[in-house]
Design a protein around this ligand. Structure first.
Ligand SMILES: [Ca+2]
Length: 265
């Protein structure tokens, strides 16, 4: 295992770097590097550059449920963002369809920025769905605690890991939606910087894979995940507690950690 401690990686392209073990800093710092095969690359579905994920294109479609607002001073990403139509009752949502992606990879990472008017909606919830053959929705399950999120008047970044329980119909569109809830008639929700990627699965014969997507690190693993904050002391390895399920989104507050897996007892 090759390690490059404190070697800041600045040459990587967003969405295209992988490490089989790593140290997490404010940015990614260090790590056991290996080349990434095309097979393992993250599949970017929506982003600033892909399918109008940041509302930078003049046309709002294929987004629905609201409108584009071009305001350089208020957009958290680029020059424009989206807002819902005024809520008819307690909720409003923004959504769109996109062509189905291959079914071999069941895990998706979604990040976005959202806010509401002060005193307006209290929660936002993102959902991702494919379709069954009978055209009914097949929803992906948000991993862990990530379902409903509280939302407020300041732009904040939200993160979801989604996992599909079974394959979806490749001939029918998939859908992503953002539901602002617990509000009053007339409330609006705001959205920007939507990034949706399809994550690679664990390569055959490997037990851990670190995937870097923008500022997020996802660990895909098999076994019991362990971490250490000091590689020079073998006693520092401990099981991550509570034991996470794979895939796992590394918390931002965890600076400078190494990860590995041990076999199941
Ligand atoms: Ca934008």
């Amino acid at each position: 295992m090759k390690e490059f401690r404190n070697a800041r990686i600045i040459t990587h392209q967003l969405f295209q770097r992988f490490w089989s073990c790593g140290l997490i800093g404010g940015m990614v710092v260090a790590i056991c590097g290996r080349n990434v095969s095309a097979q393992e690359a993250v599949n970017v579905i929506l982003s600033k550059a892909d399918q109008n994920g940041s509302f930078e294109e003049v046309i709002f479609a294929p987004w629905s449920g609201g409108e584009r607002v071009a305001d350089l001073t208020k957009a958290p990403d680029g020059i424009a963002y989206a807002r819902t139509n005024p809520a008819p009752a307690s909720r409003a949502d923004l959504f769109r369809f996109f062509p189905a992606v291959a079914t071999e990879r069941r895990n998706f990472l979604l990040t976005f920025k959202a806010r509401v008017d002060t005193g307006g909606f209290q929660t936002v919830k993102a959902s991702l769905a494919g379709r069954r053959q009978d055209n009914s929705f097949l929803y992906a399950a948000p991993n862990g605690l990530e379902g409903l999120k509280s939302v407020n008047g300041e732009w904040e970044t939200y993160r979801y890991l989604f996992q599909f329980p079974e394959p979806w119909d490749l001939t029918r569109s998939m859908q992503i939606s953002f539901i602002y809830n617990d509000g009053n008639p007339g409330d609006r929700g705001y959205l920007d910087a939507v990034t949706l990627v399809q994550l690679p699965m664990l390569p055959a014969g490997e037990t851990i894979l670190l995937i870097s997507v923008g500022e997020e690190i996802v660990i895909v693993f098999e076994g019991v995940l362990q971490m250490s904050d000091n590689l020079s002391d073998p006693q520092r390895w401990v099981d991550v507690d509570p034991a996470p399920m794979s895939p796992w989104l590394v918390p931002h507050e965890w600076k400078e950690r190494f990860f590995r897996v041990r076999g199941l007892p």
